[in-house]
Design a protein around this ligand. Structure first.
Ligand SMILES: [Zn+2]
Length: 114
């Protein structure tokens, strides 16, 4: 039987968020979150962790062959959510009305887009 080790990491990052890479090769880069993999605690960020991929030409789908840049997954612990006024921040949670929202720990503004 395969044992599944669940990492109990709170995932505060969502699709379309803007994040800043705080450590690693792409430290300092900012980008939009393309995909979230909560089970692996990883995300895919636009223009971050680019790797060269050899692409096979496929004329039917209008794909030219060659080498293309493609994003690879980065650990959520290596990025921080960007607050529009404070920059990269830690995320808190608050109940506003009857909704749970994510807030910036520095200025208290909600980080959820309406
Ligand atoms: Zn803030």
């Amino acid at each position: 039987m395969k044992t599944v080790i669940r990492k109990h990491i709170r995932v505060d990052i969502r699709h379309n968020d803007t994040v800043r890479v705080i450590t690693g090769r792409d430290k300092g880069k900012e980008g939009r979150v393309l995909r979230v993999f909560p089970d692996d605690a990883k995300i895919l960020v636009e223009h971050v962790m680019l790797v060269k991929k050899h692409v096979r030409p496929n004329p039917q789908r209008n794909i030219k062959g060659g080498i293309a840049d493609q994003e690879s997954r980065i650990a959520i612990s290596n990025v921080q959510l960007v607050c529009s006024t404070c920059g990269p921040v830690r995320v808190g949670r608050e109940i506003r009305g009857d909704q749970k929202v994510r807030v910036c720990k520095k200025c208290g503004t909600t980080l959820d887009k309406k």
